[in-house]
Design a protein around this ligand. Structure first.
Ligand code: NDP
Length: 326
């Protein structure tokens, strides 16, 4: 009944990331036990493994998401054999997470695997892809349509960015992809980007208002980039903010808001209501091109997680990394 897991510990000897063998009884409490098929490496997992303020309790199995099969359940909504997906709710932060062959969680946190997706595909989407969908939903809810004009995606070659590019292109938008990796231009065009923008154009301090270049944007970068994205947004446009890959500061002015009626929409995936999660996954199952998803996915084993975690913080990971925990 024992299983393999990655565990982070912090004690007198410091912060350590180890591969260990655990018993189910050693996991945090929960009313559903899941045989994990796949977890994934997100930017936040990189922060967790690097001891950068994510992990709230030790020892902990990190991994903020997973997809798998219910093994046992006392929760009314789930029975053995059900395929499920989990994102957020503090899993991999203060509750044992996905970098293990087994997870024990509250059934209230689980989303039934949407029809049309395998657990591998759901993991390939992962928290980054589900956040990209939440961002697209926010743009749509604000009234953006392909007829509104171009849409910009920053951090385009990353996890959130890659899924956002693919989704928006499939939905008929003309997508501008901002990246710091010119070598990934071909990859981004394959996902559906119409134009590549060098991220250096956006990452330095700029003017409070610039030329109106896009009607909407999905930003996962923050800092000067987000400020410049707002400054380049057309009258009445909407920009979503979900990330801080450049920084958590927002060193700008209110000019885009008060002179151009631009809306800044915040995106949180961790505590998003279940109804919105299910809406996001239904849309992902319908609107995400599965060939594009495959193109952006790399699969690694549990032992490779620490090195991928380091590379994701250095901005060196392309697209999405799925962890085959078995
Ligand atoms: P990735 O590392 O896969 O993507 C981030 C991308 O940002 C990189 O690929 C790179 O894109 C770009 N980038 C990295 N460093 C810099 C920099 N210094 N300046 C400008 N651009 C940079 O991470 P994820 O896609 O997993 O996550 C992206 C962000 O979104 C993270 O900050 C993460 O914490 C956040 N997030 C938030 C969620 C929420 O609930 N709010 C949920 C999921 C993610 P390129 O090489 O193309 O330039």
């Amino acid at each position: 009944m024992s299983f393999r897991a990655i565990r982070v510990t912090k004690d007198d000897q410091g912060h350590r990331v180890e591969t260990v063998t655990l018993e189910e009884s050693e996991l945090h409490e929960g009313d559903v036990t899941v045989a994990v098929d796949y977890s994934t490496v997100n930017y936040k997992d990189g922060l967790a493994l690097a001891d950068k303020g994510i992990v709230r309790t030790y020892p902990l199995v990190p991994g903020i998401d997973f997809a798998g099969t219910v093994e046992s359940s006392t929760h009314a909504s789930f029975a053995p054999g059900d395929k499920v997906v989990l994102n957020g709710y503090g899993v991999g932060e203060r509750h044992d997470g996905g970098f293990a062959q087994k997870a024990r969680v509250s059934g209230d946190w689980l989303v039934p695997l949407p029809e049309g997706l395998t657990t591998r595909q759901a993991a390939a989407i992962g928290t980054a892809g589900y956040t990209a969908m939440l961002s697209v939903l926010a743009l749509e809810d604000a009234g953006l349509t392909p007829a509104s004009g171009d849409v910009l995606v920053t951090g385009a070659a990353g996890g959130v960015g890659s899924v956002a590019v693919a989704l928006l292109a499939r939905l008929g938008y003309r997508v501008l992809a901002s990246t710091g990796r010119p070598a990934e231009a071909g990859y981004l065009r394959e996902l559906g980007a119409a134009e590549i923008i060098d991220r250096a154009e956006l990452s330095e301090p700029g003017r409070p208002l610039g030329k109106e270049r896009w009607a909407g944007a999905v930003d996962s970068v923050g800092s000067h980039t987000l400020v410049n994205v707002l400054a380049g947004t057309r009258y009445g446009g909407t920009v979503t903010s979900c990330g801080l890959a450049q920084g958590l500061d927002l060193p700008g002015t209110v000019m885009p808001f008060i002179l151009r009626g631009v809306t800044l929409a915040g995106i949180d995936s961790v505590q998003a209501p279940m109804e919105r999660r299910i809406r996001a996954y239904d849309r992902l199952a319908r609107d995400l091109d599965l060939a594009s998803l495959e193109r952006m996915t790399t699969v690694v084993g549990l032992d490779e997680v620490p090195s991928v975690a380091e590379r994701i913080l250095a901005g060196q990971v392309r697209g999405r990394t799925v962890v085959d925990v078995n």
